[in-house]
Design a protein around this ligand. Structure first.
Ligand code: PRP
Length: 174
């Protein structure tokens, strides 16, 4: 391999921030149940670490989607490659994602989920790269805002590698 990974956000910082978000969600949904929807594959580590720390009842489900279409257009289509098992109608749904970049995937996915009539629908992302935004997406819970650099770890990959790093790093060519 011809690259090195430099730590950008340490494991301790990531975990501390996840605990804060989990506390906020637990407070916001006091007395209610939530249905956490992790987005495969990138959102899987954040989703499990987050839901472990939420103190209200949690139902866990996953969905896998890919967006496609003309790269210069703000509208495209989302292809659900693995759908939810649960019926989300009437549920408090929190979509849990690793990163919001252009916003295309999430805006289309949220539109798809909204049609299933959840009681509420929130978006929680570990990272937000606002500089790259092409489509507006309402981010309800955000771990860290980051500049436009390529990050890996905590679910995020570089050619499918490094998802399992317990911290967020940047790829540096050797
Ligand atoms: C990443 C990430 C988001 C999406 C964000 O997924 O997990 O779903 O891209 O980009 P956008 O805001 O520009 O739409 P990716 O398609 O890389 O799949 P993965 O989660 O399996 O790595």
């Amino acid at each position: 391999m011809n690259e090195q990974i430099k730590v950008r956000i340490s494991e301790e910082e990531v975990n501390a921030r996840i605990a804060e978000i989990a506390a906020q969600i637990s407070e916001d949904f006091k007395g209610e149940e939530i249905l956490a929807v992790g987005i495969l594959r990138g959102g899987v580590y954040f989703c499990t670490e987050l839901t472990k720390r939420i103190t209200v009842p949690v139902i866990l489900d996953f969905i896998e989607a890919s967006s496609y279409g003309d790269g210069t257009q703000s509208c495209g289509q989302v292809k659900i490659t693995k759908d939810l098992i649960e019926d989300i109608a009437g549920k408090n749904v929190i979509v849990v994602e690793d990163i919001v970049d252009t916003g295309r995937t999430l805006s289309l996915l949220l539109e798809n989920l909204r049609k299933r009539n959840p009681k509420s629908l929130k978006l929680c992302t570990l990272l937000d790269k606002p500089e790259r935004r092409v489509v507006e997406v309402p981010v309800d819970y955000n771990g860290f805002q980051i500049p436009n650099e390529f990050v890996v770890g905590y679910g995020m990959d570089y050619a499918q590698r490094y998802r399992n790093l317990p911290y967020i790093g940047v790829v540096e060519a050797e």
